[in-house]
Ligand binder design. Structure first.
Ligand SMILES: Nc1ncnc2c1ncn2[C@@H]1O[C@H](COP(=O)(O)OP(=O)(O)O)[C@@H](O)[C@H]1O
Ligand SMILES: [Mg+2]
Length: 451
């Protein structure tokens, strides 16, 4: 044990014990006391060494050490105050402090720290500044160390940039990809970008939330099981990744699935899954691995199905080719505002590939590859909804022709008043036949309206 009672009490006005008792009995803990014991704890234990313990064991170890420190320092506290102090000190030592409420907030998809006193979050695709701040740059740096040390990474002057993915734990319940840049590269202080992975909802949860209706859920599940190629389309934060994840649950467990993402957000339940993630270039601008590189490599890895988190470049061509050549039942998302826009976008992205392909040939690839487009929309009230499910009926070089299978009609008057409704449309015979060959059907309970 280094230092003694005077050590913490000797700094500033907090010499007298009654002050400690009075402040603690107000219900909130004495911040100075928390800071002092935190410093003592850090002197006492090597947090990096504790990294070998699991989260539960680590906490128990630290709580014991703090309890010991508190009793040997002879601070007068009630049992409740003592327990609260111990918990806070441990929280602050292994926890992520002011970030924790943001990380636990399900509506936050990104946390951006531009120096210790400027924090932004993204909610529903909108970036807003939050009143949260770290007390000092030092505190922010400690938090950064704590974040990156959980994955055995280090960030300091010699390696001032780190890009790491963090598994879910009690501090970051959803898992995240974290990027850090330190000064002098970052001019206004340590800069941290934390992309929080969306919570994995099953299709039944999306159904309960009113994001789609039961008939559509049955239809989509049948399409995935029957190995149709499905594209999930929508705007920013419309729930594309969430839907992709929910749909992937219907892939048969015996199949070998390869997922390809920029930041691996998908959490598939199947056992035979190979997850690939891109890598940004290093400080020297080298070592970049793109979605496209991964898609090409995936095809040599004997996948039954390929899942591309988001198609946004030339990899569209490779993906379309994969869908057309033995990897039926592949899934991907694309950023587009309508089902037909999704097809146009795939065609455009495929044309950006470095392989020269005549335009009509691209049209042919899209028409033959894509079977179903699921269009999502984020409402102004924050709701996410499937607003269109369409079957791609055009073939070869024809103009895109989509046959609606379901549409959300916001004007529809229901039994519960004018709240909008999901309208099912008659499916083309071709689709019915394809499902039937695979032992699937459109699902019961469809009440079709005339198109
Ligand atoms: N159907 C839904 N209902 C409510 N929230 C949803 C729904 N789908 C997604 N979300 C939430 O919306 C945010 C963005 O979802 P995400 O799937 O990442 O969207 P995208 O991939 O389109 O950017 C996440 O916080 C996610 O949990
Ligand atoms: Mg996404």
């Amino acid at each position: 044990m280094r230092g003694g009672f005077d050590d913490w009490a000797g700094t500033g006005s907090r010499r007298a014990e009654p002050a400690v008792i009075a402040s603690a009995s107000r219900g909130d803990l004495d911040e100075g006391l928390v800071a002092t014991f935190r410093r003592k704890l850090l002197d006492e234990v090597d947090l990096h060494e504790l990294g070998r313990l699991d989260a539960g064991q680590r906490r128990i170890r630290l709580e014991r050490v703090v309890a010991h420190l508190v009793s040997t320092e002879g601070v007068i506290l009630t049992t409740r105050e003592r327990n609260a102090l111990i918990r806070r000190v441990v929280d602050e030592s292994i926890g992520l402090g002011v970030l924790e409420p943001l990380l636990a907030d399900e509506t936050v998809s990104e946390v951006m720290i531009n120096g210790h006193d400027t924090i932004y979050v993204e909610r529903f695709g909108q970036v807003e500044r939050v009143p949260t701040a770290f007390a000092s740059e030092e505190q922010l740096r400690q938090t950064i160390d704590r974040i990156v040390s959980t994955v055995n990474r280090r960030v300091d002057e010699s390696s001032p940039m780190v890009d790491a993915r963090l598994p879910p734990d009690e501090r970051m319940p959803r898992g995240a990809r974290v990027h850090v840049v330190l000064p002098p590269l970052a001019l206004d202080g340590p800069t941290v970008t934390i992309r929080l992975f969306p919570k994995a909802y099953g299709l039944d949860e999306l159904l309960n939330r009113g994001s789609l209706d039961a008939a559509t859920a049955d239809l989509l599940a049948a399409c995935v099981r029957a190995r149709l190629n499905v594209i999930v389309s929508g705007g920013t934060a419309s729930g594309k990744t969430t839907m992709l994840n929910a749909l992937s649950a219907f892939i048969q467990s015996r199949q070998r699935i390869i997922t390809i993402e920029d930041a691996a957000e998908l959490s598939l339940a199947q056992e035979h899954v190979v997850r690939l993630e891109t890598r940004p270039p290093n400080v020297e601008g080298q070592g970049q691995v793109t979605i496209r590189d991964l898609v090409r490599n995936a095809l040599r890895m004997r996948p039954d199905r390929v899942i591309v988190g988001e198609v946004r470049g030339g990899e569209a061509l490779d993906m379309l080719q994969a869908m057309n050549t033995g990897h039926e039942g592949s899934l991907a998302t694309v950023h587009a505002n309508s089902a037909v826009d999704a097809l146009i976008r795939l065609e455009t992205l495929a044309s950006m590939s470095d392989v020269e392909v005549p335009f009509h040939a691209l049209r042919d690839q899209v028409n033959n590859a894509i079977d179903i487009v699921v269009q999502l929309l984020r409402g102004s009230d924050g709701t996410r909804r499937v607003v269109d499910v369409s079957y791609v009926a055009s073939r070869h070089r024809e103009d895109f022709r989509l046959v609606p299978l379901m549409r959300w009609d916001p004007e529809a008057v229901t039994d519960h008043g004018p709240a909008g409704a999901f309208l099912a449309y008659a499916a083309p015979q071709e689709l019915v036949d394809r499902l039937r060959i695979a032992g699937e059907s459109l699902g019961s309970g469809r009440q079709e309206v005339a198109p």
